[in-house]
Ligand binder design. Structure first.
Ligand SMILES: [Zn+2]
Ligand SMILES: [Zn+2]
Length: 473
């Protein structure tokens, strides 16, 4: 009897502690990206969240709901701490406390935000001698070269039912937006048509997702999987149209190879060079797909060829994070090894543009889709801006394995900023994308009434970013 009572009590307690609404364990809705919206970022507008570095800016904290509104009987005190650099140019030092009287329902502070870094603000309120935290806010100050850029999330390595995936190209496009992507490309095996089908299907519709051409090439005799992103022409088409000419060009490249290290297969390397050159010729970006993919009980690419590919740097970008096939042996090793390789190459002085992608073959059935992507800082989501952003070392590869926090890999400066964005900005971005993606799928099912509702949503991410970034002074 006693035991029974205890079990019931434990059940009640566990429900209480895991249930929504318990103050310490606020639950946020599940986002496909695995990101979580901090409650304070829901309760308050922070105008702006991102400011220019080394300039004076005014930041306002605006309560949006009755339960957080500022009251006359409270004293509000803001504690400021710069996360990296103690000020030397006249900004407030770490731990500075300022009593602020709300005006027009908001609390505002004007100060110099020194250096490129994150800034922490804790807002305490005291009522009848009792002090509690009213909110905690994070601001990021950016140097001018990045300040004019916006973050764009994309996945351009994924498959539809036009190759060995599950869903149709328009369906995949919808689910990409639903998962919080700003740009995407299908990369069906040996087939650029899937990506074109998705792009053309939504052509002229009021959507903000950008759809680009893509294709995953693995030509006969060459084990290396090569992704063509954004190219104006398909490599497979080229190959099919005039195989003899392609063979001849590869043979010419092979014949001209000198000092090939021992053990490097000359044809494999020459075929890689030919493919990457063609992709460049067609104004696309070539990416070395899943370098440490395990297939047939071994890594797909011989390590000597791998060494030579890295030392010659023939690819525009490198897939450092892959989100595929998590249930198979070795799959968990892949990202760790790819990251180690990236770090090793950087240590040798070889900078490499990085990408993260899902390589998803069945989006709806995958509980990993949306957690692996590339984050690019670019002036717009136009194709050539994105490619220039990746090639210009302004991208990071992101992974958010289930139950873990998001991690970004790439250049240190971009990783630091991306870490802020992944915590403070992108969760709400992802939530905004959800409805657009849902309506795209509805439209793909034949329901044209979705178009009117899509038109209402168009531009909402841009409007959100208008609030996040202050106007330049
Ligand atoms: Zn592949
Ligand atoms: Zn693939």
């Amino acid at each position: 009897m006693f035991m029974k009572k205890r079990i019931v009590l434990m059940l009640v307690l566990s429900l209480f502690f895991t249930g929504a609404g318990f103050a310490g364990f606020l639950e946020t809705p599940h986002l496909a990206s695995g990101l979580q919206i901090r409650p304070d970022n829901r309760y308050f507008d922070v105008l702006p969240r991102i400011v220019p570095a080394d300039q004076e800016s005014t930041v306002s904290f605006v309560p949006l709901f009755d339960h957080v509104k500022f009251t006359d009987n409270a004293i509000y005190e803001l504690t400021y701490t710069p996360m990296e650099f103690e000020p030397v140019k006249g900004g407030p030092v770490g731990g500075t406390k300022t009593v602020i009287i709300p005006e027009n329902g908001r609390i505002s502070i004007t100060m110099l935000f020194e250096e490129e870094q994150e800034h922490d603000f804790i807002l305490n309120k005291t009522v009848d001698g009792k002090t509690t935290q009213a909110g905690r806010f994070r601001i990021y100050s950016l140097k001018p070269d990045l300040y004019g850029m916006r973050p764009y999330k994309g996945d351009f390595h994924q498959h539809s039912h036009r190759s060995d995936g599950v869903e149709s190209p328009p369906y995949v496009a919808g689910i990409c937006r639903r998962a919080g992507l700003d740009f995407t490309a299908l990369s069906d095996h040996h087939f650029r048509g899937g990506s074109i089908e998705a792009r053309d299907f939504y052509n002229g519709l009021p959507i903000d997702l950008r759809l680009y051409p893509g294709e995953e090439c693995h030509f006969p005799g060459n084990p290396v999987h090569i992704l063509s992103f954004g190219a104006e022409q398909g490599l497979t088409e080229l190959w099919k149209n005039d195989q003899a000419a392609c063979d001849r060009e590869i043979a010419e490249i092979q014949a001209a190879l000198t000092d090939l290290p021992a053990g490097v297969n000359p044809f494999h390397y020459a075929a890689c060079v030919w493919e990457t050159r063609k992709i460049a010729e067609f104004n696309g970006m070539s990416m070395f797909c899943h370098p440490y993919w395990v297939t047939g009980n071994r890594y797909n690419v011989d390590e000597r060829l791998m060494d030579h590919i890295f030392s010659t740097g023939i690819f525009d970008a490198y897939e450092v994070i892959s989100g595929f096939d998590w249930n198979s042996l070795n799959s968990l090793d892949v990202n760790g090894i790819q990251v180690a390789r990236y770090v090793e190459e950087c240590a040798k002085g070889r900078r490499m543009p990085v990408c993260g992608i899902g390589d998803t073959h069945g989006h709806e059935r995958s509980d990993q889709f949306g957690r692996y992507y590339t984050l690019v800082l670019a002036p717009s989501s136009d194709l050539q801006d994105l490619i220039a952003g990746i090639k210009g070392f302004r991208s990071v590869a992101v992974e958010t394995p289930k139950g873990e926090l998001a991690r970004a890999y790439g250049p240190f400066r971009i990783v630091k900023y991306a870490t802020y964005l992944l915590r403070e900005v992108l969760p709400q971005h992802d939530e905004l994308c959800f409805e657009e993606g849902r309506l795209m799928i509805q439209y793909a099912s034949g329901d044209t009434s979705a178009v009117d509702r899509l038109a209402l949503l168009q531009g909402q991410v841009a409007r959100f970013y208008d609030k996040v970034y202050s106007p330049a002074k």
